[in-house]
Design a protein around this ligand. Sequence first.
Ligand code: FSX
Ligand code: SF4
Ligand code: SF4
Length: 314
Amino acid sequence: MSLTRRDFVKLCTGTVAGFGVSQMFNPSIVHALEKFVPHVFWIQGQGCTGCSVSLLNSVHPSIAKVLLDVITLDFHPTIMGSEGEMAWGHMTDVAKEQKGRYILIIEGAVPVAENGHYCVLGEVDHKEQTMLETTLEMAKNAAVVVNVGTCSAFGGIPAAAGNVTEATSVPKVLADNGIKTPVVNVPGCPPHPDWMIGTLVFAINAIEEKGLEAGLGEVVKILDADGRPTPFFGQNIHDNCPYLPKFDDDSYAEVFTDKENCRYELGCKGPSANSDCYKRKWNGGVNWCVENAVCLGCVEPGFPDEMSPFYEAG
Ligand code: FSX
Ligand code: SF4
Ligand code: SF4
């Protein structure tokens, strides 16, 4: 299906059947999106690139639509065409020119041991550019920092027990260095493409409609105590799960192939997880974790240590 920009807004506002980003958007953003296209830089630290892959799997709207019509993606290590000094120079030049107005997206945690040298993003004049210093430099002058994935939002898998690199979440790294740029967390290991695109569209629209400061104020208003947009992360999975009546009846599945009963005894962490997976579903709405396995609580600050062992109850 070929979509116009106006169609894209309809998708985001839920006026096209089958797309659920829905209630958080206002149809009045049509004009907003038509004139405001922010510069976006996406940097990657300690992660598995699953967040980027998840974004690229966006079905409605297609990722091509987002990249061509919604944002100007100036830097992304996995998908940009240029590389080396040219790519790095483009990022730093545009960031200077757009100081205070660009969106910085961060995927992956930031290792702070050994002065950040466990994760090097590039080299300029024979000097290594670490994830740590790049994060600080780019975040300092951003309008907003959007952490995609549980690694950047909360530390995630790189920060799990045994963390020799001292992998740290972006909010903590920024706070430890006195950087006060507004931060939005879009966790998930990986996050759903709708959560990432929906959050971006909400922020872009709010900034366009109300101006930078007031628009960012609107974004902050929808965040929960862990910095997550409540339209996506405001509901508890267990409280909304189709298996809840089975849980209430103590009817538990003992094997994964039992699709009739609650998955709690198989290790489901739905009671500790807050997201809309139960209704949004994954892979273009085909299925979700609980249907075939269990919820691992991947959107929570305690993931993975507090959710382990994954396949044991409790
Ligand atoms: Fe982390 Fe992104 Fe998990 Fe992976 O890189 S949120 S490890 S799915 O993809 O940061
Ligand atoms: Fe709760 Fe998981 Fe059982 Fe659903 S399957 S009711 S989320 S424990
Ligand atoms: Fe993460 Fe649970 Fe949602 Fe699966 S169902 S994506 S583990 S929060």
